[in-house]
Ligand binder design. Structure first.
Ligand code: ZN
Length: 500
């Protein structure tokens, strides 16, 4: 098993459910910096050297792994032989044990600040002051890493909380993710990151499965038009790299399209629809590539369900999923602008849409024909695509980073999309009935503003229930509805501050 030092770990003393608090650790050292930045290790060293440590804090620090240069500590649980907290040793301790982020936990920091009014949009407005932070929490440092963790941690008011993020049997080891967002990268990158930062090689079930599948031969049909073409056999991981490379190129193109604000909305929409088609094709290729054959699952030391295996493998292609959502969202917003401006649909847009039109559902056909309803149908189709893409993205995060801040953010975003879709449906139904009334028509029946609307996302009631479950899994499963509500407001505020 991966170890941060000394072969120690934390096991569950009893059966745990998601949202059970495992430990709260006070920091021995904790410093902050501006929002969006990470404090320097030097500052943390200075802060420790200049602080008045109690003998217990000193002992706790000396007991922490400081890297191989300092030899194994704690041979018999009696503390390391070392008594000297040198600057050099402190750097080693910080390298192996510190935890830092560019922002603190949004939901809980807003809930603690507890302004009863809803936060306002815009950086810095409406919420508590946000900071980057770095610290050392000795008891938290005992937790080992997994790329499919069953516990999650966050800092609140300087203290580190660790919470079970899934069912954990008594006696099982509690494992957290050391990698942050890099946990959503391919296994080779995760392993390199862990080797560099902590000098260990992860042997978690997700890594084993991915390494085994990655070295198998790609079917080659996975990414049509792959340009890596030496003609020889290509491994799954090499093929994935090609797809991720194209994804990175497309990210730059997407930025260019977004930056071209002066472009007419119609032209922008053409460019976005083109990018959407490319990203959908590459994502489909990645999904074919990252479907494990049944025999692979039988070779696993740990039993893995087929569904779990698929999610674990596909998490390596997370960038493609997240980009698919981002492009669909941008296209939907652009389509809204086109609709609002009643821009005539250009031939190019019509052409770009031709394939998608094949899938256009009955709801579009059921509305009266005409330019505005066509534009409205396009907007709704693109928002449904965005909601569907977000669902796939959310599924991966739930599988490999359950109850992480990203999981909370994405669930909150899905709720916002569902609510917006229902708001638009009501507005359109209202406009429709007003129009019909004007023309002497009868009332429009069953506009179906809520519940399952057949779009790619989920209804807002289901999205809200899911959000609450994700929040309770992170902050405590017995929280009151009011507290969960405040945490959700904090998450929504966080979502307005950082891109996810
Ligand atoms: Zn791993």
């Amino acid at each position: 098993m991966p170890e941060r030092g000394g072969g120690r770990g934390v096991v569950a003393a009893e059966n745990l459910k998601p949202g059970d608090l495992v430990l709260v650790s006070r920091p021995v050292a904790y410093i902050t910096s501006d929002f969006g930045t990470l404090p320097d290790a030097e500052e943390l060293v200075e802060s420790i050297l200049s602080s008045d440590l109690s003998p217990a804090e000193r002992a706790a620090l000396l007991d922490l792994h400081a890297g191989d240069d300092f030899g194994p500590e704690d041979p018999d649980g009696q503390g390391s032989g070392a008594t000297d907290l040198t600057e050099e040793r402190l750097y080693g301790i910080i390298g192996c044990n510190s935890f830092g982020e560019e922002f603190t936990d949004f939901a809980s920091s807003l809930a603690r600040a507890a302004p009863p009014q809803a936060p306002q949009d815009g950086a810095g407005a409406g919420g508590p002051v946000q900071v980057g932070h770095l610290g050392l929490w000795p008891s938290f440092s005992m937790l080992n890493h997994s790329c499919c963790p069953n516990a999650v941690n966050y800092v609140v008011g300087g203290s580190m909380a660790v919470v079970a993020a899934g069912p954990v049997d008594q006696g099982s080891e509690l494992l957290i993710n050391y990698l942050g967002a890099a946990s959503l990268r391919p296994v080779e990158e995760r392993q390199a990151g862990l080797a560099e930062a902590y000098a260990f090689s992860c042997g978690c079930p997700r890594c084993s499965l991915e390494l085994l599948h990655g070295c198998s031969t790609s079917s080659r049909s996975a990414s049509a038009g792959s340009s890596s073409g030496s003609g020889g056999p290509v491994s799954v991981s090499e093929e994935l790299q090609v797809l991720l490379g194209r994804c990175a190129d497309r990210a730059a193109e997407l930025q260019d399209v977004a930056a071209a604000a002066a472009t007419a909305a119609g032209d922008q929409l053409v460019a976005l629809l083109e990018l959407a088609a490319q990203s959908a094709a590459d994502l489909a290729a990645a999904e074919r590539l990252l479907t494990p054959p049944p025999q692979l699952l039988q070779q696993q030391a740990h039993p893995v369900s087929p569904r779990q295996a698929v999610q674990w493998l596909r998490a390596a292609a997370y960038e493609l999923y997240s980009q698919r959502t981002a492009i669909a969202e941008a296209a939907a917003r652009c389509a809204e602008a086109v609709e609002a401006e009643a821009v005539p649909v250009t031939a190019a847009v019509a052409e770009a849409e031709a394939e998608a039109e094949a899938e256009a559902e009955a709801e579009a056909a059921s509305t009266a024909a005409g330019p505005s309803s066509e534009a409205a149908a396009r907007t709704e189709r693109l928002w449904a695509e965005a909601a569907g893409a977000l669902e796939s993205q959310l599924g991966l995060v739930a599988a490999v980073a359950p109850h992480s801040d990203l999981h909370v953010f994405l669930a909150t975003k899905a709720l916002a999309l569902a609510q917006a879709a229902e708001g638009r449906a009501r507005a359109r139904a209202g406009a429709h009935s007003a129009e019909a009334a004007e023309q002497g028509g009868g009332a429009v029946g069953g506009s179906g503003g809520s519940g399952d609307d057949g779009s790619g996302g989920v209804g807002s009631a289901a999205a809200l229930a899911r959000c609450c479950a994700v929040v309770r899994g992170r902050y405590g499963r017995r929280l009151s509805d009011g507290t969960v509500q405040r945490l959700l407001e904090g998450a929504a505020w966080g979502l307005s501050q950082v891109a996810v």
